[in-house]
Design a binder for this molecule. Structure first.
Ligand code: SF4
Ligand code: SF4
Length: 359
């Protein structure tokens, strides 16, 4: 199957025809959906447990995207027994969704055991990858391990100096996933700082839908410290991709819309509580852009910490671009006003030099 290399015109278009899944995969998808609904019901029923954790089994990456501040090219994989202890602790805290992040998770030699351990806790198992290392046999092992979700970000149609995560390189991997993966695949495209051709996002999104995947779109901001509205071309692409992908959960609220318009959001960030980020050193952080807060070992993190952070207002919330934390926090947007506050001093939201991608 070939990819479009011409940027499509931005005129309104109907959604591409989606690939029909075989019956076995439809059954797996239905079972997964039931587990997801149960996890949401549990999150609505009580606020004392995390809904989602991102956990890093290795910081090293085989790529070096210009906007990324979440990788190195030297670190070793975290020992598998230590990973299992961390995952078990997340399970005891009642975490509903555990997503493996990085660096590049596929570089971890015992990634399948990490996934199995997540599933043993009863949690939904997700993974964010650049997809470069996917092969049919590797995808089959991920099926066997019980992976539920995979997200791949594709930044452009042709590779450039900002990102090698291009459709040209990755289309063959997407075809392998369409053929072999039993898990749900989401393809994230991006517009914004450093992305040369905004129209690439529309090409990528259409390709994802044709292959039977879901698709989302994010924004990369530059490091000026200010949210900026999207330019005219970017806005046109943004609107069209959002129209094509209107089943995406992120459309249920105006968070990303405000970011696209360069406006602050009024919301309660539940990081450290409903969402937690576990780095390769086993420390709990609010999110990938606020590493160091609270920066304490996961092994000692208890329900009382989850409850305290639930009620702690983060001063970085208005200009935050971390979409996944907002989506998790939205579960509780109607309840529990925050009673204490903290001003994290981490990199977040473009305060650091360079580019920051919405996750
Ligand atoms: S964005 Fe992903 S693929 Fe790119 S350098 Fe960062 S971790 Fe690696
Ligand atoms: S950067 Fe965003 S997600 Fe992270 S602590 Fe601040 S408001 Fe929460």
């Amino acid at each position: 199957m070939s990819i479009e290399t011409q940027a499509p015109k931005a005129e309104p278009a109907s959604a591409p025809a989606r690939r029909r899944l075989p019956a076995r995969r439809r059954l797996i998808a239905a079972t997964r959906k039931l587990r997801e609904l149960a996890s949401i019901a549990s999150a609505v029923a009580g606020t004392s447990h995390p809904y989602m954790a991102h956990i890093v089994p290795m910081r090293r990456c085989n790529l070096a995207c210009a906007y990324c501040n979440e990788y190195d090219d030297v670190s070793n994989p975290v020992d598998i027994e230590e990973m299992k202890r961390r995952i078990d602790h997340l399970g005891r805290l009642g975490t509903s969704v555990i997503t493996i992040s990085g660096g590049e998770p596929l570089l971890h030699p015992e990634l399948d055991d990490v996934i199995r351990q997540i599933r043993k806790t009863g949690a939904i198992a997700g993974m964010i990858t650049n997809g470069y290392l996917l092969m049919p046999e590797r995808i089959e092992r991920l099926n066997q391990a019980g992976l539920d979700h995979m997200q791949i970000s594709i930044d452009n149609v042709m590779p450039d100096e900002v990102s090698k995560k291009s459709l040209k390189v990755l289309d063959a991997k997407l075809c392998l996933l369409a053929e072999h993966a039993d898990f749900h695949v989401n393809i994230n495209s991006v517009v914004g700082g450093g992305i040369a051709n905004p129209e690439d996002a529309l090409t990528i999104s259409k390709r994802a839908l044709v292959l039977g995947f879901s698709s989302t779109i994010g924004i990369i901001h530059d490091g000026s410290g200010q949210l900026k509205p999207l330019g005219e071309r970017e806005r046109t692409v943004w609107d069209e991709v959002r129209r094509l992908t209107r089943r995406s959960y992120s459309r249920f609220n105006g968070f990303q819309e405000a970011i696209a318009n360069g406006l602050p959001n009024d919301w309660r960030c539940r990081a450290g509580s409903r969402y937690i980020y576990i780095c390769e050193n086993g420390l709990v952080h609010y999110c990938s852009q606020q590493r160091g807060y609270p920066g304490v070992p996961l092994a000692g993190y208890q329900t009382a910490d989850v409850e305290r952070e639930f009620l702690t207002e983060k001063s970085c919330a208005p200009n935050c671009t971390i979409s996944c934390v907002h989506q998790v926090s939205y579960i509780d947007h109607w309840r529990a006003p925050q009673t204490t506050s903290i001003t994290p001093g981490g990199a977040g939201h473009g305060a650091a030099d360079g580019l920051v991608q919405i996750r």
